[in-house]
Structures are given as structure tokens and as C-alpha cells.
Ligand binder design. Structure first.
Ligand code: BGC
Ligand code: BGC
Length: 795
């Protein structure tokens, strides 16, 4: 942006009055879950973020008022100063990535993948502007959006955060979203109190990682990095984005958080970016030679503000001593602080007063307002991509008897995906969504209004035979690396939704499939088992937008057109990834840009049902890793009385008193499972829906290898194993240092004590006869480990 001499002079005078401590404070951002207003006042941090699992009172469903009160408290702490030093208000950031999605009652717009299907930058700009207003009502002034990633391998768990595999579309949207959030440069409204600071993320190449691994390595030429992955960033910079977030990923082996040439030489010098670079969640800690607590290298490479959620205190102390020792030059520190102050001044933060006193502060009726919900509903309607409509089944007459089935039909959490009240989007309840409508509710009101009859049965049961069935199914919510998958096959191991579709179809009922997903997936069997098939992505709070398009006016005329067009190529086989338009052997089932319209009559022929991938992860001996069970595996808990329950949410319900299961962290957030056994003991099991051929697998991998940490050593026996065999490892575990992660290998099969059984469905048992507290981050068949347990001698 053009330099503003008066503003720069103000920065000069602030810098002169700031102590070294003041300056270091500005370059550190902590998370509100790990810091109090008193900490903020003491350390004078430049910014506070609310991570996906961080909220007032540690309640994911805190009220808007609690959010605003917290924003006020943080603001007041930041301006409460009487030692004569300069007062610099804190900047409050949050991930409003599909609406203000952390706050109960906010409008939830379709995730970016769905917006990509609309191909209308103007609409997406209006959505951004609406989101900015909802943010402002709760006191937040900075969103970590837009995600201008260009996902190229849809196995990546963040595919849905991207608008398209096509960089040109991402670029058009980047311009519109940055302008919607911040206002347009030169307009009166630019960065006024109805707008918020944007963040172009993640810079750069996050969507290009090898095999779609989150935080992985993007191995592409500089030209490809610039032209494909840079397209959105360049547009966002031209539109004036005030912040850019560094990517967790690497480019050709080097972590972006440590890349001087791209962060400083390219972004700041060549592209002239004069705002600031914020790091990602402890992203600095992944740079070689760094830790979450300390990383001069990242700062020197060009990260201006550390995102140090829980590590802010150490980062502050260490950065201060690195400045004192000369490991960080004063000029570099001054540059970073200047950039941060520039953004705060442009935002008018110094004159704005407390968040609640600003133009939209406390205007909670903006959250989920009729206007914003109507906008979201329009987006839902226009994002739907019709992939099959054999015999012109759609639009369906609402004057009939309609059966609505599938576990996505009446589930607002599921239709909204990750980053919805919680980071993973899991663990929410219908009551958490006061301003929302499920897909079923939308269908029910459309059908009722026309005089038809609608019935909901998740399992697809009915008393009176329906004229048509709408089955809503698809991926359960996930975010980031938890959503990484080994292939694009949908439910290959446990085809429960396919069975539902087939049972309806074989009863002769015409079936409309509505597929919820954060990426294109291989669903050939599901396409074959339905007469019409709609890719609905992750629509958000306005499930009613689906009925708008599926149902006719009653006289056979569509009420709304199918306008959505594929923003990503749709695979012909589950192994087809990466799959992007323009590649040499491009052979998708449906190409980028595909989407049927009403009036098109061609039928989709029967498709091959060979998935193209052989074994699922569980069949290769990997059962639990990176926070996720392999496809088709599920945890069960049991107490010593033999009562058991399948774990549907974490923390697990307390029905089974002997043991509780929780999410915990090993190398990343929520990538491990913690088991708290009470004194009466209990057990946990990982069960598979399909049998595992253990004898074949264990030839190559004769051990069950478990990575674990012991917080409280077992009081009694602690047995682990696979299939029918378990071995007591309590003696070994008592030798673990508390809270140290180690791997331990247990023989799969001890010939003297148990026969080898082939078709195993319990792939992991852990049984405790007394109290203990331990955590597991990986369970797999393998060969070696830090500790190897021998078979017990024959009885
Ligand atoms: C994500 C970012 C997000 C940040 C703050 C990170 O884990 O990669 O996209 O903005 O957390 O929640
Ligand atoms: C935070 C997210 C963050 C993630 C990173 C979560 O607890 O809430 O914002 O992206 O951790 O691992």
C-alpha cells in the first residue's frame, strides 16, 4: 500500500518511547486458553488469538456476550498502563473461516470448497463482509482468513478449506474476500469498524504437499509455486491484505517458517508487502534447531509475530534474550514492530475504545441475522453440484410421500464440518445451533407447505412405502491433519451408507443421494445405487438451501436451478490423487467445472465398482496414528462388570465407570488418546468391522508396537495385545519415566500361550486391573521399538 508519512511518523515516535520489553511483547501472540488479562497487562503482548478449541470459560458453546466481555477484558488489560510507556491496544484474532464459526448463533456459510462451486466472486465478497460484521459484534477485529490455498492432492485434510484446485478461481476469490473483510483500499469504509483485518494463508504452497500430507513438503519448481500456489496470495496482497500467515509446510525440504528468501525477499521486498507476517500455531517450533519455546531463526527469516499459543511466555523470554545477545538484530525487531503498529494504526485501534463501545460491538442480532442467513442459503443453493439425474428424477414433487434418511439428514454439526464451535467440529449438539436448519428440517417444511408428507428415519425404515427417498450421508467432521486420508475411497471398509442406498433402491424406491464431504471422493458404488446424486459439500447452517433446489414447485417446474460446478476434479478411482485439470494423464470421472443442469437428459451409465486401491490402512497393520483410527476401526470401552460402550465422542461418556477416554497431545494437538482407569479397572479395545488377516501380516511385522506415555504407573496388571492374546506389560511401564513418550513392542503371537487366529477383529486391547493413567499416540504392527517385551514363558 502507498506509504502514509503521517502514520509512519507516529510509528517513529511510538518506537522511540517503547522499551525493549515493549517491542518484544508486540511480536508475540498468545492464545486465550493459556493467558489471562493479568498476563496480558504484565507482558504487553501484541495480540491474542482464540484457537479452534479456545473460548471464554473453556466452554465451546459460550455466549456472544461472554465473547464480547472477554474481548473487553483483554482490551482493558492492554491499555491499562501508568508507567509512562506508550499504550498499545491488543489485536484480537480468531478463525472465522466459514462465518464466525466459533460463536453460538453465528451464520455458518458453506466451507470454501462449496463456495468454489458457485464461481461468483461478488457473492463471496458479500459473505466476507457479513462475516466481518458478525465478528465485530463480539469484539474481534482480525480473522485468519481467507485460506487461499490451492489443494492439489485431495487426500489432504484441509482440502475443504480451499476454494478450488484452480489457482485462477482462488485468485478471483482472494480479491473479493479481502475486500469484503477489510473494505476496499481508497474507500471510506476501508478498515473501519464494520470491517476486520484479513490474513492470507498459508504462505506458501500448503496445498501442494507430497501425498497431501498436512504440514508436509511441497516439491515443485519455483514457477509452479508462484503460478499455482501463489495466485491467491498475490491477489490478496493487491487487495491490501494486512497480514499473511506463514505455512506449516515446507518447500523442497525447507520449512516455510524458516524461509528467508520467500518470507522476506519475495513477499516483503519483491511483492512490497508492508503489513506483518504472523506465524501459524507453534509453526516456528518446526524449524530445524528450534522448539515451540524458542526460535530466532523464524523471526530472522521474516515471521513478524510468533503464534505462540501456549508457549508465549517462553517465546517472549527467549526472544528478549536473543535480542540482547544479538542473535536477533534490533533493526529486525524494529521492522517487525513497525509492521504490527502500522496495521494497528491503519485499523484505528488506538482511537477505537473498548470492543463493546465500537460501532457494532454488542449488536448480537447481527449473528445469524435474517439477512445473513438468507445470504448463506443462497450460497448453499448455488453450491450444489448435480452429478447424476437419471430419468430426470429431480426436481422431486413436494406433493408426495418423501422419506429422508442417512446420518447427515438431521445433523447440523455434520453438515457444517470442521471449524464449527470446536476445532474438529465434533462433540456439538443440535441445541448449540439456535440459528440453523438441518437438511431434514428444510425438506420437511418444503414438503409440508406443498401438502406432501415427509418422514425422517436415519436408518431408512418406513411404515408406508415412500414415493421417493432422499439419503443424506458423507464424511464426519474433521480439521487439519486429522482429516488426511490414504486414498479417496469413501467407506471402503464399512460400507454402511451403501447398504442403506442399496436397500432402498432394491425396494424399488427412487433414491436421491445428497453427499456431504470436504473433498471429491470415489463413490462409484453409491452413484450406481442412486438415481440422482448431488455433491453438497459442507453447507453450514442453512440446510434449507438443499430442499430449495431438490423440490419442484409442485407443477414439475424447478424452483431454483442447479448452478454449482465442480471446483475440484472428481476421481474415477480411489487411487486417483493427485488429480488436477491440465495434468498429462487427466482422466477424471467428472472434470473440473462439471455439473448437470435441469433440462439435461443424458443418463449416467453404470460405473465400475473396483476401487483401484487394495488394502485399507487397517489391513496394512496401521491401526491408530495422527489422532485417527484407520477406516473401519472403532474404540470400545468396558468395565470389570462387562458393561461396554462404543466411543462416539471424546471425552467418552462416563457410562462405563472403570475407564474414561480423552483426547490429548503428543506431537500435535489431539493426536493421542488418554485412558484414565479407575481402581476397579476396565478395558479399551479397538475393533474392526472387517477381519484382519493376522498370520499373513505378522510374518513381516511380528510385533504390536504402541507409542505411549505413562502419567500414573499401573497399580495392577496392565495387559495389551491383539486378537486373542494379551501380555502383562505393567513391569515395563513402571520403568517408564513419567510423561515420557516411548514405543513398546509386544509380540503378536506367543506360540506357547495362545493359538494363532487369523481373522482378527479386535486389533488392540488394553486391560487394567487397577488405576492407571496413560496415553497412546500410535498403534501399529511393526518390528522394533524403544522397549521390546518377550513372550511369557509357558505356564
Ligand atoms: C491452523 C491455522 C489457524 C491457526 C489458529 C492452525 O493450526 O493451521 O489455519 O489459523 O491454527 O487457529
Ligand atoms: C487449536 C487450533 C489449532 C490446532 C493446532 C487447536 O487446539 O484450537 O486453532 O489450529 O490446535 O494443532
Amino acid at each position: 500500500m502507498a506509504a502514509d508519512a503521517a502514520l509512519e511518523a507516529r510509528i517513529d515516535s511510538l518506537l522511540q518511547r517503547m522499551s525493549l520489553e515493549d517491542k518484544v511483547g508486540q511480536v508475540v501472540q498468545g492464545d486465550l486458553d493459556s493467558l489471562s488479562p493479568a498476563d496480558l497487562q504484565l507482558y504487553r503482548l501484541g495480540s491474542v488469538l482464540a484457537g479452534g478449541n479456545s473460548e471464554p470459560g473453556k466452554r465451546y458453546n459460550a455466549s456472544a456476550k461472554e465473547w464480547l466481555d472477554l474481548a473487553d477484558a483483554l482490551y482493558q488489560a492492554s491499555v491499562n498502563r501508568n508507567d509512562g510507556g506508550p499504550v498499545i491496544p491488543v489485536l484480537l484474532g480468531i478463525d472465522a473461516v466459514h462465518g464466525h464459526n466459533n460463536v453460538v448463533g453465528a451464520t455458518l456459510f458453506p466451507h470454501n470448497i462449496g463456495l468454489g462451486a458457485i464461481n461468483d466472486a461478488e457473492l463471496v465478497g458479500r459473505i466476507a463482509a457479513a462475516t466481518a460484521e458478525e465478528l465485530r459484534s463480539t469484539g474481534f477485529e482480525w480473522t485468519f482468513a481467507p485460506t487461499v490455498t490451492v489443494p492439489r492432492d485431495d487426500r489432504w485434510g484441509r482440502t475443504y478449506e480451499g476454494y478450488s484446485e484452480d489457482g485462477a478461481l482462488v485468485a478471483r476469490y482472494a480479491t473479493a474476500v479481502v475486500q469484503g473483510l477489510q473494505g476496499s483500499i481508497g474507500d471510506d469504509g476501508f478498515l473501519d469498524q464494520k470491517h476486520v483485518i484479513a490474513s492470507s494463508k498459508h504462505f506458501i504452497g500448503d496445498g501442494g504437499t507430497f501425498e497431501g500430507h498436512d504440514k508436509g513438503d511441497t516439491r515443485v519448481s519455483e514457477a509452479e509455486l508462484r503460478d499455482i500456489h501463489g495466485a491467491g496470495h498475490i491477489a490478496a496482497l493487491q487487495a491490501g491484505t494486512q497480514t499473511v500467515m506463514a505455512s506449516f509446510s515446507s518447500w523442497n525440504g525447507q520449512k516455510m517458517h524458516g524461509n528467508y528468501s520467500l518470507l522476506t525477499e519475495v513477499l516483503k521486498q519483491r511483492l512490497g508487502f508492508d503489513g506483518f507476517v504472523v506465524g501459524d500455531w507453534n509453526g516456528h517450533g518446526e524449524v530445524k534447531g528450534c522448539s515451540n519455546q524458542s526460535c530466532a531463526a523464524s523471526f530472522n527469516a521474516g515471521v513478524d509475530m510468533f503464534m505462540a499459543p501456549d508457549s508465549w511466555r517462553d517465546v517472549y523470554d527467549n526472544t528478549l534474550s536473543q535480542v540482547r545477545s544479538g542473535a536477533i538484530a534490533i533493526a529486525r525487531l524494529d521492522d517487525a514492530v513497525r509492521r504490527i503498529l502500522r496495521v494497528k494504526l491503519r485499523l484505528g485501534l488506538f482511537e477505537a475504545g473498548a470492543p463493546s463501545s465500537r460501532a457494532l460491538g454488542g449488536k448480537f442480532d447481527l449473528l445469524g441475522s435474517d439477512k445473513n442467513r438468507a445470504l448463506a442459503r443462497e450460497a448453499v443453493r448455488r453450491s450444489l453440484v448435480l452429478l447424476k439425474n437419471n430419468g430426470g428424477l429431480l426436481p422431486v414433487s413436494p406433493r408426495q410421500r418423501v422419506l429422508v434418511a442417512g446420518d447427515g439428514a438431521d445433523n447440523i454439526g455434520k453438515q457444517s464440518g470442521g471449524w464449527t464451535l470446536t476445532w474438529q467440529g465434533t462433540g456439538t449438539k443440535t441445541e448449540d445451533f439456535p440459528n440453523a436448519e438441518s437438511i431434514w428440517q428444510g425438506i420437511r417444511s418444503a414438503v409440508k407447505a406443498a401438502g406432501g408428507e415427509a418422514e425422517l428415519s436415519v436408518e431408512g425404515r418406513y411404515e408406508q412405502r415412500p414415493d421417493v427417498a432422499v439419503v443424506v450421508f458423507g464424511e464426519d467432521p474433521y480439521a487439519e491433519f486429522i482429516g488426511d486420508v490414504p486414498h479417496l475411497g469413501y467407506q471402503l471398509d464399512a460400507p454402511k451408507d451403501l447398504q442403506l442406498l442399496r436397500s432402498l433402491k432394491s425396494a424399488g424406491i427412487p433414491v436421491v443421494a445428497v453427499f456431504l464431504s470436504g473433498r471429491p471422493m470415489w463413490v462409484n458404488p453409491h452413484l450406481n445405487a442412486s438415481n440422482a446424486f448431488v455433491a453438497a459439500w459442507l453447507p453450514g447452517s442453512e440446510g434449507g438451501g438443499i430442499a430449495d433446489v431438490l423440490f419442484s414447485d409442485g407443477d414439475g417446474k424447478p424452483r431454483y436451478a442447479f448452478e454449482g460446478r465442480l471446483p475440484f476434479s472428481w476421481p474415477r478411482s480411489a487411487a486417483q490423487s493427485p488429480l488436477n485439470a491440465g495434468q498429462d494423464d487427466y482422466d477424471p470421472l467428472f472434470p473440473l467445472g462439471f455439473g448437470l443442469s435441469y433440462g439435461q437428459t443424458a443418463d449416467l451409465p453404470e460405473l465400475s465398482e473396483l476401487p483401484g486401491v487394495s488394502a485399507a490402512a487397517s489391513q496394512s497393520g496401521l491401526f491408530f496414528a495422527r489422532g485417527a483410527e484407520a477406516d473401519g476401526l472403532r474404540w470400545w470401552l468396558a468395565n470389570s462388570e462387562g458393561e461396554s460402550l462404543a466411543v462416539a465422542q471424546l471425552p467418552s461418556l462416563d457410562l462405563v465407570a472403570g475407564v474414561r477416554m480423552l483426547a490429548t497431545d503428543h506431537t500435535a494437538q489431539e493426536d493421542a488418546r488418554r485412558f484414565v482407569f479407575r481402581s476397579q479397572g476396565g478395558s479399551a479395545e479397538l475393533r474392526s468391522t472387517t477381519a484382519i488377516a493376522l498370520s499373513a501380516l505378522s510374518k513381516e511385522s511380528p510385533f504390536l508396537v504402541v507409542t505411549l506415555k505413562v502419567s500414573e504407573a499401573p497399580q495392577g496388571a496392565l495387559r495389551v495385545g491383539i486378537g486373542q492374546q494379551t501380555i502383562d506389560i505393567s513391569a515395563e511401564l513402571r520403568g517408564f519415566k513419567p510423561n515420557e513418550w516411548l514405543s513398546i513392542a509386544v509380540p503378536v503371537h506367543c506360540p506357547a500361550t495362545a493359538p494363532i487366529v487369523d481373522d482378527v477383529t479386535t486389533v488392540f486391547h488394553i486391560q487394567s486391573s487397577g488405576a492407571t493413567d496413560l496415553a497412546l499416540s500410535r498403534i501399529a504392527l511393526g518390528v522394533g521399538a524403544d522397549r521390546v517385551v518377550k513372550c511369557p514363558s509357558a505356564p
